[in-house]
Design a binder for this molecule. Structure first.
Ligand SMILES: Nc1ncnc2c1ncn2[C@@H]1O[C@H](COP(=O)(O)OS(=O)(=O)O)[C@@H](OP(=O)(O)O)[C@H]1O
Ligand SMILES: [Mg+2]
Ligand SMILES: [Mg+2]
Ligand SMILES: [Mg+2]
Length: 358
């Protein structure tokens, strides 16, 4: 039986939108007008913690029995040395929770004027993200700021929330405050919400929640096809994807962008494929980095697998298990892309063997 998940969808849009107002305000207050010392990550830390506090305390009111797999935990904030950071986070989270109600917001979710939370409640909310994940039952997964490096550069980042039921993503919402509604008009309106519900399709909305448009990936067109990939070469191997691109004879350069905004772009027809190949450091992908994105792909007409052609498994715990990369593209391009990926993986394994032997 397929469930409608109407309330969960409305809730996820509301929570992500509220968290996006918070992260935009953190950027304007702490990054834009201050000259940060290179490598200072404190603004993103403030944003990460307070956005997770907001989403998680809303979840506690709306769905008190649902466990949460969240990226952050409050251990650093509970330490005596975390006092000033804690004060900032409490102030920002309460500012976001008490903001006026907007489209689809419901006061019972603990939002709107008068909804301040105590320090302890907010720290507990952050720590409720400590669920270990697994194969059975309902759970939510939160990435309060995905693409932290993009956030600090004033470029792309995303606030991500998904509902997983029995290891299947059922609802996913992505908020991308800096993403143009149309990538070819980068100076026009910015701020997108991407929403998907299993079996009901994917949509793009303005960050206000207005003007929904259904998303369908266009068919494979080699002349305009390009890869959406990480900005950070440490997160996804640029050299591997450029070899794959050469095998396919692609002429367009990759579109490099931080965060799951790449998945939203893919779903609406930008680029052609999401490409994430492991860099060989033994990193395990986290479920919150792919849950919403994977549903956006399948609900807009795409296929998402690892480099072996197997589906991503959201039932293994907080990670996706051993890292075989992620490839996502429109249905009619997936087999072609997969075979090019496998050819390059084989080449690279042979080269590694040779260099070990010599
Ligand atoms: N080594 C390695 N390999 C793969 N992935 C890694 C690695 N290290 C970190 N991460 C995760 O990458 C998340 C952001 O990656 P993105 O590809 O979305 O953006 S970018 O790499 O910053 O361009 C990033 O998410 P955030 O921490 O939420 O920003 C990390 O979870
Ligand atoms: Mg992330
Ligand atoms: Mg994050
Ligand atoms: Mg992180």
């Amino acid at each position: 039986m397929s469930l409608a998940y109407t309330t969960e969808k409305q809730f996820a849009i509301s929570a992500v939108r509220r968290a996006c107002l918070l992260t935009s305000s953190v950027f304007n207050k702490l990054v834009k007008n201050e000259t940060l010392v290179k490598g200072d990550k404190s603004p993103v830390t403030v944003g990460d913690f307070s956005a997770q506090a907001v989403i998680s305390s809303m979840l506690h009111r709306a769905f008190p029995d649902d466990p949460i797999v969240g990226e952050e935990d409050a251990a650093d904030l509970r330490a005596a040395s975390g006092a000033s950071l804690r004060d900032r986070i409490v102030e920002l989270a309460n500012e976001a929770l008490t903001a006026e109600l907007g489209i689809g917001d419901i006061a019972e979710w603990g939002i709107g004027p008068g909804s301040e939370q105590s320090v302890d409640n907010l720290l507990d909310a952050i720590d409720r993200g400590n669920h270990e994940g697994g194969r059975n039952g309902r759970m939510w997964t939160i990435d309060p700021i995905d693409g932290t490096k993009g956030f600090l550069r004033g470029e792309q980042y995303a606030v991500c929330l998904a509902l997983i039921v029995d290891a299947q993503v059922q609802v996913g919402v992505l908020g991308c405050p800096n993403l143009p509604l149309n990538l070819s008009k980068p100076d026009e309106d910015k701020g997108c919400l991407f929403v998907a519900v299993r079996g009901q399709g994917a949509q793009q909305l303005k960050l206000t929640g207005a003007d929904p448009i259904p998303l369908t990936m266009p068919p494979y067109t080699p002349s305009s096809f390009s890869f959406l990939e990480s900005v950070e070469a440490a997160h996804s191997s640029h050299s591997t994807s450029s070899r794959i691109s050469a095998i396919l004879g692609l002429t367009q350069p990759p579109i490099r962008m931080d965060s799951q905004a790449k998945y939203g772009c893919l779903a609406r027809g930008d680029g052609g494929a999401y490409m994430r190949m492991p860099t060989g450091v033994g990193y395990k992908e986290k479920i919150w980095d792919h849950a919403t994105g994977s549903l956006l792909v399948t609900e807009s007409g795409g296929v998402i697998t690892d480099s072996r052609g197997l589906p991503l498994d959201f039932g293994l715990g907080r990670t996706l298990g051993d890292n075989y990369g992620v490839i996502a593209t429109v249905k009619d391009a997936h087999a072609k892309l997969l075979s090019a990926v496998q050819e390059v993986v084989k080449q690279e394994q042979e080269e590694a063997k040779k260099s070990k032997a010599s």
